[in-house]
Design a protein around this ligand. Structure first.
Ligand code: NAD
Length: 492
């Protein structure tokens, strides 16, 4: 247990118990409670947003010069690094990811603050070509109060991905973390305050999405929502946004195809496919969950893949040797089991996995074995729907035309992988596949300097990259008159 006391939440700089129900964050490896807190209430939402708006208008945060705000963001990055081990351990307890992975997420969060500090300090406004007796400029202004709504699968990294550019842009930010993983957003709010972000500029409101997330999204003072989560929730938020004429960015689900051509380096491809689907226990929006392998190498590839999946070390997230930890909740594991049953009822064969591991260290947690299912086509439900767990659907393909047609036959279009030694074939496939990100001869690699987002049901807008900061700003055109005479119209 991190603390037996109820944890306070952050309501526009005031740390106090929320007015909502008491709930517990459970350690997914054992099911034991690690923290208890009171969720935010609707009154807390109202207070946090009203006070955030006041802080936006009066604290001077938005008016600080870019290099001054950047200095604060650099301090946030530094404080995250100074506390990196305790943050990584806390995130492990909050969502059950293996410690090696949570260390990377913490490093990524620090890197994100550092990157957006640099982006802010070097951001240039544009002077556009003049077409009259005026000088024209395009500048950007902060929006006011913006909201960041995040899922449970990579809390500190996804929260930093929204908080850093939104703060860099000069806004006040209300963060709504996933109900089951509230801890890292609270830690980030504490660190931001310690680094010198004025009180009231950051709030963290844990609680139920349908209540607290919905109220935040509906609130008239919230000028933008940056959402990461499921497609159904994303569409609901888009409807509210349409009524408010509010811009949104939506980072949603995926069912990403990985394509292994007959000339691929098989050692690299086997490892890459395993990593692509089974790291993070498959609880990853970009998991390579649909596998297409050239028919000529299919049997050999699947044999090696199944051996590799069986050899993965599933277990204690505290161990540095663990590759796959537990799933987030018992309920989520049941959902994955239902999908595996569905695949079998549709005619699929379980090549490996398809069961919970048993024995010491497994029975209290929400573990599930890495699972490969064969014998189904791309139109099967488990080939089309996001499972968000360690389940790979494997299919052979005959030619590149049918491969591309199948890869693109999905409502999702978030990411894709191509494995081939032939540059030209990989280039053609990489350009033809519809996806926000394509990895060629690698998978699930990330860089904060490179935009990320999805097409179709995988989302709207892009995060990261230098331009990531602009989604938290409004663009303004300015015309500076240079004419010595009054405008001619007034004289006629
Ligand atoms: P979810 O949609 O259930 O919840 C995400 C967040 O939205 C949570 O904070 C939740 O409380 C909140 N929420 C729920 N209902 C809401 C409502 N009516 N109004 C406002 N907020 C609401 O998703 P999840 O189960 O937490 O996360 C898994 C999903 O997230 C998967 O589909 C996964 O693919 C997706 N995801 C996408 C990305 C990406 O970058 N594209 C990254 C990670 C996860």
């Amino acid at each position: 247990m991190i603390s037996s006391e109820l944890l306070p939440i952050c309501i526009a700089g005031e740390w106090r118990l929320g007015g909502g129900d008491v709930y517990e964050s459970l350690y997914p490896a054992t099911g034991e409670p690690i923290a208890r807190l009171r969720a935010a209430s609707l009154a807390d939402v109202e207070e946090a947003i009203t006070r955030a708006d006041h802080a936006f208008r009066t604290s001077g945060w938005a008016q600080r010069l870019p290099h001054e705000r950047a200095a604060v963001l650099h301090r946030v990055a530094q404080l995250i690094r100074e506390e990196s081990e305790s943050l990584a351990q806390r995130q492990r307890l909050d969502n059950g990811k293996p410690i090696n992975e949570t260390r990377n997420l913490v490093a990524s969060a620090a890197g994100t603050f550092q990157f957006f500090a640099a982006a802010l300090e070097t951001l240039e406004e544009t002077i556009t070509p003049s077409r009259g007796a005026f000088v024209t400029m395009s500048v950007h202004e902060p929006m006011g109060v913006v909201a960041a709504i995040t899922p449970w699968n990579s809390p500190i990294a996804s929260e930093a991905q929204k908080l850093a550019p939104a703060l860099a842009a000069g806004n006040a930010v209300v963060v709504k973390p996933a109900e089951v993983t509230p801890l890292m957003a609270l830690e980030l709010a504490r660190i931001c305050e310690q680094a010198g972000v004025p009180k009231g500029i950051v709030s963290v409101l844990p609680g139920k999405g349908a209540v607290i997330g919905d109220a935040i999204t509906q609130h008239p003072l919230v000028k933008r929502v940056s959402f990461t989560g499921g497609t159904t929730t994303g569409k609901h938020i888009a409807h509210i946004a349409a009524d408010k004429m509010m811009p949104v960015s939506l980072e949603l689900g995926g069912k990403s195809p990985t394509m292994v051509l007959d000339d691929a380096d098989l050692d690299h491809a086997v490892n890459g496919v395993l990593y692509g689907i089974f790291s993070s226990s498959g609880e990853s929006c970009i998991a390579g969950s649909r596998l297409f392998v050239a028919r000529g190498i299919y049997d050999e590839f699947l044999t090696r893949l199944a051996e590799g999946a069986n050899a993965l070390r599933v277990g204690d997230p505290a161990s540095e040797r663990t590759q796959m930890g537990p799933l987030i909740t018992a309920k989520h594991r049941e959902g994955i089991e239902r999908y595996v049953d569905l695949g079998v009822s549709e005619g699929g064969r379980i090549r490996t996995g398809g069961v919970r591991p048993h024995g010491d260290g497994y029975d209290r947690g929400y573990f599930y074995k890495p699972t490969i299912i064969e014998g189904l086509g791309n139109s099967a439900r488990i080939s089309q729907e996001e499972i968000f767990g360690p389940v790979l659907v494997a299919m052979p393909f005959d030619d590149e035309e049918s491969l591309i047609a199948q890869a693109n036959d999905s409502v999702y279009a978030l990411a894709a992988g191509v494995w081939s030694r032939d540059f030209k074939r990989a280039w053609k496939l990489g350009r033809a596949v519809q996806a926000g990100t394509v990895w060629v001869n690698t998978y699930k690699q990330f860089s904060v300097s490179t935009p990320f987002g999805g097409w179709r049901d995988s989302g709207l807008g892009r995060e990261k990259g230098r331009e990531g900061i602009f989604q938290y700003m409004e663009q303004k055109s300015m015309y500076w008159g240079t004419n010595d005479q009054p405008l001619p119209w007034a004289l006629t």
